[in-house]
Design a protein around this ligand. Structure first.
Ligand SMILES: Nc1nc2c(c(=O)[nH]1)N[C@H]1C(S)=C(S)[C@@H](COP(=O)(O)OP(=O)(O)OC[C@H]3O[C@@H](n4cnc5c(N)ncnc54)[C@H](O)[C@@H]3O)O[C@H]1N2
Ligand code: MOO
Ligand SMILES: [Mg+2]
Length: 406
């Protein structure tokens, strides 16, 4: 049995960022992962421009002004944003200017209008600027043309989309979304719209995993419920590995008489890399690779075990495969409000919430039973508290490492 860290490392070694890319328009780029470095031919700001509504002046003209005996300047032009200045500011002159408007040649400093007094064609500068260049947004101070603006491997969210728009990057190369096949195994399973008969269980895993895969930007391919029949399982697995980069099945990976998955993976030419992991919940996780590069995750059937396996291991695999550079899970240390218990044999993941309480992040255990079959109190989970292998108690008030899930 592998430790959690060993399993993580085995899985990540198998996964390489995919090579397939596609072109998308800027409008369709939200949530995608950039597959090319982006640079621009434009400096940013594009040109020297004003950060205030006021007057464009020569610093030399106004540096010694004061309210009692103010310097007055002749207003020779008005420059709204979007208009190219036509005149050059000579000594003793100024231009009325507005926020975002291009600085006229000859001027070097902006006086905000609150510090002026306009009388007809002239304006009195009441307060001297603290320094030359005050309220001027100088060309190229935020970014210089030709440098890398955004690096391949980042996710495109609103800030990055804004940067791409300003760089006029209207068509982008992004990584193609990986396809992830998902199916549930078990004779006891029915669909949520079927009438429950004695002994049956409603298939929640397929829905949970489909949502999980979609939330990572990959393409879920739900293949339904497959009975505990070696023939049906073999057929489904064969199809899934030939048409998807990753396959997720739930159930059938423990030691029961109907747990066929590992055997079938072997029969189909899969190389079993992991048969179990010292994690609770999620011990019987089975991972195999196929000659075509497909990575198969045989995920335990218990609903909490299924999601914890996804959060701990599959999430990183999908992110890395999708081309994300930052694919690692996020951990932090916070104070726990509840005492956390473990048997000590496996690395234990307890579900709950981190919340900001009196300005500090704290972990609160989900109320109710912590049992890998209890998916009911999983709702609302945003973090898993981790009790290391060998440790049995973390007292309320102590710090605990948590993994962020979302
Ligand atoms: N003798 C042993 N028994 C078990 C062991 C063990 O080490 N020795 N491990 C236990 C652990 S830990 C887990 S986790 C489970 C894993 O079982 P399987 O992956 O083989 O899954 P199943 O046996 O098919 O089902 C387990 C459980 O989960 C329910 N289930 C299955 N699929 C779904 C689904 N799609 N939606 C909702 N619920 C599902 C299923 O009905 C069972 O109750 O094995 C332990 N046993
Ligand atoms: O590891 Mo199982 O996942 O404890 O229920
Ligand atoms: Mg079983």
């Amino acid at each position: 049995m592998y430790s959690v860290k060993e399993a993580e490392s085995i899985i990540l070694t198998q996964i390489q960022p995919r090579q397939e890319t596609e072109k998308v328009s800027l409008e369709a780029a939200f949530g995608r992962i950039l597959a090319e470095d982006i640079s621009s031919d434009l400096d940013f700001p594009y040109w020297d421009n004003s950060a205030m509504d006021g007057y464009a002046v020569r610093y030399e003209d106004v540096k010694d002004t004061n309210p009692e005996n103010p310097v007055t300047l002749k207003i020779i032009a008005e420059i709204p944003a979007g208009k190219a200045p036509e005149k050059i500011i000579q000594p003793g002159e100024t231009a009325r200017i507005f926020t975002g408007a291009m600085l006229p040649a000859g001027s070097d400093t902006i006086i905000m209008q609150e510090n002026t007094n306009k009388k007809g064609e002239r304006v009195a500068i009441l307060i001297p600027p603290e320094k030359i260049g005050l309220f001027v947004r100088q060309r190229g101070t935020f970014y210089q043309a030709g440098n890398t603006l955004l690096k391949a491997g980042i996710a495109l969210n609103s800030p990055e989309i804004a940067v791409l728009a300003t760089a006029q990057a209207t068509e982008l190369t992004v990584f193609s979304r990986p396809k992830v096949a998902i199916f549930s195994t078990g004779d006891e399973l029915i669909n949520p719209d079927e009438t429950l008969q004695k002994g049956q269980i409603i298939d929640s895993n397929r829905y949970a995993l489909t949502a999980f895969v979609a939330s990572l930007g990959a393409i879920p391919r739900p293949l339904g419920i497959i009975k505990d029949s070696p023939e049906l399982l073999r057929e489904t697995i064969r199809k899934a590995i030939n048409s998807s980069a990753i396959v997720l099945s739930t159930g059938g990976v423990s030691v029961g008489d109907y747990d066929y998955i590992e055997g079938i993976l072997g029969e189909l030419g899969g190389k079993i890399l992991i048969g179990s992991v010292a994690i609770q919940p999620g011990k019987p996780l089975t991972v195999a690779t196929f000659p075509n590069g497909c990575v198969y995750f045989g995920i335990p059937g218990n609903p909490v075990s299924a999601l914890v396996s996804c959060w701990r291991f599959v999430q990183m695999a999908i992110k890395k495969l999708s081309g994300l550079t930052d694919y690692q899970n996020k951990f932090l240390r916070v104070v726990t409000r509840d005492t956390l218990k473990s048997q000590g044999q496996r690395e234990v993941y307890l579900w709950g919430k981190i919340e900001i309480i009196e300005g500090v992040y704290q972990f609160q255990l989900a109320s109710g039973q912590h049992n890998s079959a209890n998916l009911i109190n999983l709702a609302g989970t945003n973090a898993l508290a981790i009790i290391p292998q060998g440790k049995t108690t973390i007292q309320a008030g102590e710090t605990v490492e948590v993994m962020i899930v979302s």
